[in-house]
Design a protein around this ligand. Structure first.
Ligand SMILES: *[C@@H]1O[C@H](CO)[C@@H](O)[C@H](O)[C@H]1NC(C)=O
Length: 225
């Protein structure tokens, strides 16, 4: 996501001023939580180890702030889920197979990732992803990697918590993988994977995750000041 990983905006400022009485109704509406489920619809697939994608259109009537994610899944069924924000999904189908393919037409950015057994994520107070009209995110695409065969009544997905209340800080995700090779016949091989933020806006990290596939045995992360 590069430079947009963090940005400051003062959109919320007017809300901090004293409310004239006529604002009360508006405030109630602003504070109302909006919930949206992005879940995987039924789709016939026979093989194990599939990647399925589905897209969910966000309301196009007003901009919203995405402030939390709750997984609706279990580690017995799902290896991982990724939620992408896009202008338009890569496919018009309700569900499509999406192993190693982009989730969005045009650019995509990951807003949430769930690895086996992880918890819900609520963004720090005052922080959100802006979605809907006037933003780059009109749709979310949910990608699910199923380990074995997908159970018949599976409704895995992510519950999104949204609010109308503008938030002063923009959330972003920086993802990073490095290219490396592992020499043959080694009992173990250490790989350093360094990541960096070099945008011009001030950014503060609040959550980190590391991930490996089959050959990973031990993972470690530390911050270099
Ligand atoms: C989202 O899914 C959860 C769990 O299946 C359910 O309890 C909740 O009512 C759903 N919310 C909406 C807005 O559909």
């Amino acid at each position: 996501m590069g430079p947009s990983a963090a940005a400051l905006a003062l959109l919320g400022l007017w809300l901090l001023t004293a409310d004239p009485p006529w604002c009360l109704g508006l405030d109630l509406k602003l504070n109302e939580a909006v919930e949206l489920n992005a879940t995987m619809p039924a789709f016939k697939v026979d093989q194990d180890d599939t990647y399925l994608c589905t897209s969910v259109a966000l309301p196009d009537t007003e901009p919203l702030q995405l402030v939390g994610f709750q997984p609706l899944s279990s580690k017995e069924v799902v290896h991982h889920m990724l939620l992408f924000g896009c202008d338009a999904p890569a496919s018009q189908d309700k569900v499509w197979q999406c192993s190693m393919q982009p989730a969005c037409a045009g650019g995509d950015h990951v807003m949430y990732g769930w690895g086996r057994g992880a918890d819900a994520m609520h963004l720090p107070p005052g922080t959100s992803f802006s979605v809907g009209p006037g933003t780059a995110v009109a749709h979310v695409v949910l990608q699910i990697h199923y380990m074995g065969k997908r159970p018949e009544k599976d409704e895995s997905g992510v519950r999104l918590s949204l609010t109308r209340q503008p938030q002063p800080l923009a959330a972003g995700m920086l993802h990073f993988a490095s290219w490396f090779s592992i020499p043959p016949r080694q009992p173990s091989h250490h790989i350093d994977n360094r990541c960096c933020f070099n945008g011009f806006e001030p950014a503060e990290g609040f959550a980190f995750r590391v991930h490996t596939h089959l050959l990973g045995r031990y993972l470690h992360i530390h911050a270099v000041p």
